[in-house]
Design a protein around this ligand. Structure first.
Ligand code: RIB
Length: 312
C-alpha cells in the first residue's frame, strides 16, 4: 500500500451474498423458481472498501467475521485487493454475515441480511483499533452494525480529524441525533424516506429531504436517486443536481456502495463535492453493468474512460 495515497477507514459489514436471479420478486406466500445460486462476496462495508481500493484509495477496514469458511474467504478477498485487514476481527460467537439476495429481470435487488458477526462489532473493538484512524483522511460507516458502534465510529473519526461519510443503509427511524453529525450523509430515496418521512420522487421533494438532513446536523446531503442522478446540498448553500449516466442495468446490487466508495476517495483527494459526486455517480452506474457486489466494483481508469465517453 502506497503511503502517498490518502487513507480511508471503512467501519462496516462483511457478508457472503447468496444470490438468485428470478423473473420477479416473490409476493408474500408466493414461491418463485429462480436460476442457479451464486455465492459471492458482499456486505456494504466490504463492498465500499473494495470500491475505495479500486478507485485508488488506501483502505483499512474495521469489521468482524465468524471463524468459518465464509469469513476466511471474504477476508482473503479483501487482502487480495490490498485492503488492510489487521483490524478485521474473528468471533466464535456468531457466523459470518450472510445476505440472501434476489435480483429480478430488471436488475433490481431485494436483500435480507443475517448480520451474524457484524452485530458483534462493539464500540470497544473500535476503541481498541483506534490507531488506524491516526493517519486517515476519511472514515466511512454504514448501518449493518449496532447503532452504538456506528456512533463510536463517528466519535472516533471526529477525534482524529477525519472527514465522516455516513451511508445510512439500512436506515432506522431510531437514529439518534448524534448520528447525523457527519460531513456527508448519502442515502438513496428509500433510505431518505425512512429517515425523513418524505419520499424523494420529484425535484421539490428531493430538496426538502436534503434540507431536512442538513437541519439534523449533516454538513452535506448527497441523495443517490438512481436513474434520476444525485442531488448535492450543503450547509454553505450549495444545491446542485448531478445527472445520471445511462447504462444497460444487469444488477444494481452494490451500486450504492460503489458510489460511496468513490465518493470517499474523491473527498479524501480534496476534489470539490460536485465533481466528487459526478465521479461517484459514474462509478455507481458502471457497477450496475456487471453481476455481483464486490465483483462489479469498477477500477478508476474504467470510470474515467466511461465519463469521457459519456461526455460528462
Ligand atoms: O449494498 C449491497 C449489500 O447489501 C450486499 O452485498 C449485501 O451483503 C448487503 O449488505
Amino acid at each position: 500500500m502506497s503511503a502517498d495515497k490518502p487513507k480511508i477507514v471503512v467501519v462496516g459489514s462483511i457478508n457472503m451474498d447468496l444470490v438468485v436471479r428470478a423473473a420477479h420478486f416473490p409476493t408474500p406466500g408466493e414461491t418463485v423458481l429462480g436460476e442457479q445460486l451464486v455465492t459471492t462476496p458482499g456486505g456494504k462495508g466490504a463492498n465500499q472498501a473494495v470500491a475505495v481500493a479500486r478507485m485508488g484509495g488506501r483502505c483499512a477496514m474495521i469489521a468482524r467475521v465468524g471463524m468459518d469458511e465464509f469469513g476466511s474467504t471474504l477476508v482473503a478477498g479483501l487482502k487480495a485487493e490490498g485492503i488492510d485487514c489487521r483490524h478485521v476481527m474473528e468471533t466464535e460467537d456468531a457466523s459470518t454475515g450472510v445476505a440472501m439476495i434476489v435480483v429480478d429481470a430488471k436488475g433490481e435487488n431485494s436483500i435480507v441480511v443475517a448480520g451474524g458477526a457484524n452485530r458483534l462489532l462493539t464500540p470497544d473493538d473500535l476503541f481498541a483499533s483506534s490507531s488506524v484512524f491516526a493517519d486517515a483522511t476519511v472514515m466511512v460507516v454504514q448501518m449493518e452494525l449496532p447503532l452504538q458502534t456506528v456512533h463510536a465510529a463517528i466519535q472516533l473519526a471526529r477525534r482524529y480529524g477525519c472527514k465522516i461519510i455516513l451511508d445510512p443503509a439500512p436506515p432506522t427511524k431510531a437514529m439518534c441525533p448524534e448520528l447525523y453529525q457527519v460531513d456527508v450523509i448519502a442515502p438513496n430515496a428509500q433510505e431518505a424516506e425512512v429517515l425523513t418521512g418524505q419520499l424523494a420522487i420529484e425535484e421539490r421533494v428531493d430538496k426538502s429531504v436534503a434540507m431536512e438532513l442538513l437541519a439534523r446536523g449533516a454538513g452535506a446531503a448527497v441523495l443517490k436517486l438512481g436513474p434520476r442522478g444525485a442531488l448535492v446540498v450543503t450547509k454553505d448553500g450549495l444545491m446542485q443536481r448531478v445527472p445520471a449516466y445511462k447504462v444497460q442495468v444487469v444488477d444494481t446490487t452494490g451500486a450504492g456502495d460503489a458510489f460511496v466508495g468513490a465518493l470517499a476517495v474523491a473527498v479524501a483527494e480534496e476534489i470539490d463535492l460536485v465533481s466528487a459526486v459526478k465521479l461517484a455517480n459514474a462509478t455507481g452506474a458502471l457497477a450496475c453493468t456487471t453481476p455481483g457486489a464486490q465483483a462489479a466494483m469498477p477500477r478508476r481508469d474504467a470510470v474515467v474512460r466511461f465519463m469521457h465517453e459519456q461526455g460528462l
